[in-house]
Design a protein around this ligand. Structure first.
Ligand code: NAD
Length: 247
């Protein structure tokens, strides 16, 4: 029996990368998983993984920055499953450039998905979790939100915002038995990071004490911990999963 037997989890940005690995790991541990991404047809692969593990998958097209769509998504989850136990806010984008070259549009787009999206889903599930008097919210932040990476003013600000949002959420919901924590991944091999040049990748590698890039499974394992009773005395925390890049 997995640690999430009988639980219902929602994962955003679940079509690929870290989100797909999280959905798979939660299903492996027994959860039924609502998988959200911009387009439902992108979710077929993830749905196959979840169903292949003998769990229910509910693929939903949701733009995490659209409040009405987010509320409709959680209403659908509650209609289908009757509850929501685990919320993983993973959807995220980058639009990297130096501060002096950053357009208003690039700033707004990244804050909208990464920070507002996390707020909208947290607000939508909080109502149900508070009523249930149980639940776990796990927000995917980033090492950038801690160290303020050059070329990522918008992204770093959004992820620092996610860390602060996590703390406020944790403070507000603790008395109702709902926990909220964040994960700050370091350099994780994925489509997002494959786009970086060889030079930049080698620079990062030289700064990682454990001598390797992280895997999507490294992050999914941390999500399992923070979403499960194994972390029942943790709330408002940010877990750094970065190979020791920042201590
Ligand atoms: P990815 O680009 O491979 O996947 C992100 C997913 O989010 C995609 O499927 C995309 O379609 C979806 N998405 C984008 N905008 C959306 C929106 N408006 N609504 C719904 N879905 C949307 O990225 P990844 O590397 O798997 O990253 C996942 C999370 O981890 C992100 O929040 C990212 O910031 C964070 N992170 C990644 C790394 C890394 O090294 N890869 C490091 C630190 C943090």
């Amino acid at each position: 029996m997995g640690v999430f037997e009988g639980k219902v989890a929602v994962v955003t940005g679940a079509a690929r990368g870290i989100g797909q690995a999280i959905a798979g790991k939660l299903a492996q541990e027994g959860a039924d998983v609502v998988i959200c991404d911009l387009q439902a047809e992108w979710l077929a692969e993830t749905a196959g993984i979840v169903e292949g593990l003998g769990r229910k998958a509910l693929p939903l097209a949701v733009d995490v920055g659209d409040g009405d769509a987010v509320n409709a998504c959680i209403a659908e989850v509650v209609k289908v499953f009757g509850k929501v136990d685990i919320m993983v806010n993973n959807a995220g984008i980058t639009k990297d450039t130096l501060l002096v070259r950053m357009s208003d549009e690039d700033w707004d787009a990244v804050l909208r998905v990464n920070l507002k999206g996390t707020f909208l889903f947290s607000r939508a599930v909080a109502k149900h979790m508070m009523k249930q008097r149980s639940g776990a919210i796990v927000n995917i932040a980033s090492i950038s939100g801690i160290i303020g990476t050059a070329g990522q003013a918008n992204y770093a600000a959004s992820k620092a915002g996610v860390i602060a949002l996590t703390k406020s959420t944790a403070n507000e919901l603790a008395a109702r038995g709902v926990r909220a924590n964040a994960i700050a991944p370091g350099f994780i091999s994925s489509k997002m990071t494959d786009a970086l040049s060889e030079d930049v990748r080698n620079q990062y590698l030289s700064r990682i004490p454990l001598g390797r890039f992280g895997t999507v499974e490294d992050i999914a394992n941390a999500v399992v911990f923070l979403a499960s009773e194994q972390s029942s005395y943790l709330t408002g925390q940010t877990l750094n999963v970065n190979g020791g890049m920042v201590m």
